[in-house]
Design a protein around this ligand. Structure first.
Ligand SMILES: [Zn+2]
Ligand SMILES: [Zn+2]
Length: 448
């Protein structure tokens, strides 16, 4: 029996449209089911109330451009704040684990935010992870994303961070949004091999997904030795999900939870509102609480052809072999315009499907043997050509990387309209507009 915290935030006043799959009813049926089954009466279940997160918590982890005031963040800040509440409860040892049943979801929202992508604006799990590191001295955290879509936003936020392991198991990006999450995306120069993507063929069900977790995910987590495990608990791998093509059942999700043993599960996607969500949420919750979930009967049975057996095992050992053989391919450029050191330059486009525009990103990472390395991101929103710079001085930055962060700000505040300094080392966030410092964000009430 485990003490399990639960928090509901259905965000009834936030919606992307009446017929949109990510809509208000998503948590209604779950809430009913959980109350009807008497789960809330179990002695080990403790319910918490949602709370609004402070903007500082967000900005320490994600740069909101051109400024936070230009976005409607109300519902998102409550989804974030709710996850923080459970994180704090775990740290205070009030509960052993927790399940944050919130919307809007967050795992497609990345290091720079110009709008909504894949129904996400703020990244609930990533903000929580950095909150725990900043306030409780937690060093190493693993995020295991079991949503059917690649957790590309979470990956983006921690791509250069050696102390956060991001694992995403998802339907192959060649067949599903967001089209990324391949085995060669393994992390940045100071964080190589802290990103693990396991793309699976459409049709994978309980047997194969559990095999994947036991034989690849768990050994990887064990090797990383995290202090905490967060599960991005998307439920769209379910066989009835209207957006994807997998075959996982509610019992399967219960078993996934039992194997991963997350300290905190945070709801991500899952769009089979009546057919799947109430059953999966119940299975996850019972599994977290150490209760039997084998009695959960689903009204429907899998209809799709299942991919499994020996064919799947050979497929998986084959991609694992390929993955293990991939070596970094970036080149170090001596760049005169950047502070001293070796800088890796990576460039790409990010598509915002909800708001329908592109972001062009140029990332520069300072190679460092002593810390995670300072990061500079030049971000451009297309086609309006709004530009902004993000400078990140990482947690536990070495002196040289810290100084290079300040030097970058001096340099870029002259040329970029907006510059945001994420100083994770000093736990503060600064905003410059037209080379004048306009805002300073600091923690409101320190937890420790
Ligand atoms: Zn999803
Ligand atoms: Zn350094």
């Amino acid at each position: 029996m485990k003490k399990t915290g639960i928090i509901f935030f259905p965000a009834f006043d936030w919606s992307l449209g009446e017929s949109h799959p990510e809509r208000e009813e998503r948590l209604l049926y779950t809430q009913e089911q959980i109350f009807e089954e008497g789960v809330m009466d179990l002695p080990q279940i403790k319910q918490y109330s949602p709370n609004v997160a402070d903007l500082f918590e967000v900005l320490r982890t994600q740069a909101i451009f051109p400024s936070p005031e230009e976005h409607n963040l109300d519902a998102h800040l409550i989804a974030v704040g709710s996850s923080l509440i459970l994180g704090k409860a775990i740290m205070a040892k009030e509960i052993d684990n927790g399940f944050s049943l919130v919307r809007p979801p967050g795992h497609h929202s990345g290091a720079t935010v110009w709008g909504n992508r894949g129904f996400c604006t703020l990244n609930n799990e990533a903000i929580l992870v950095n909150h725990l590191r900043a306030n409780y001295g937690i060093k190493r955290i693993a995020i295991i994303d079991t949503d059917v879509h690649h957790g590309d936003g979470t990956q983006d936020i921690f791509y250069y961070d050696p102390n956060v392991l991001c694992i995403s198991i998802h339907q192959d990006g060649r067949t599903l949004y967001p089209g990324t999450g391949f085995i060669d995306e393994k992390g940045g120069p100071n964080a190589w091999d802290t990103i693990l993507n396991i793309p699976l063929a459409p049709g994978v069900g309980d047997e194969s997904i559990l095999y994947t977790i036991e034989n690849w995910v768990l050994p990887k987590v064990e090797q990383f030795k995290p202090d905490l495990i967060i599960n991005s608990a998307g439920q769209d791998n379910h066989f009835t999900d209207p957006l994807a093509s997998m075959n996982v059942s509610a019992q399967g999700y219960g078993k996934i939870t039992e194997l991963i043993k997350p300290d905190l599960a945070v709801l991500e996607g899952g769009y089979s509102i009546q057919g799947a969500l109430p059953y999966i949420n119940l299975a996850i919750l019972l599994s977290l609480a150490g209760e039997d979930y084998s009695g959960i009967i689903e009204p429907q049975k899998p209809q799709r052809q299942e991919i499994g057996g020996q064919a799947f095992r050979s497929f998986l050992s084959n991609i694992k072999r390929q993955h293990d053989n991939i070596k970094p391919s970036w080149v170090i450029k001596k760049d005169q315009s950047l502070p001293a050191g070796d800088w890796i330059h990576l460039e790409r486009n990010i598509f915002y499907d909800t708001d329908y525009f592109n972001e062009h990103r140029k990332d520069y990472i300072r190679k460092c043997n002593h810390c995670g390395g300072t990061v500079l991101v030049i971000s451009e929103r297309l086609p309006t050509f709004l530009k902004a710079a993000l400078v990140r001085i990482p947690f536990e930055a070495c002196d040289v990387c810290e100084q290079s962060g300040y030097d970058l700000v001096e340099l870029y505040k002259k040329t970029e309209k907006t510059v945001l300094l994420q100083n994770q080392l000093k736990n503060e966030v600064h905003f410059w507009k037209d080379s004048r410092e306009v805002r300073l964000f600091e923690p409101k009430n320190q937890t420790t």
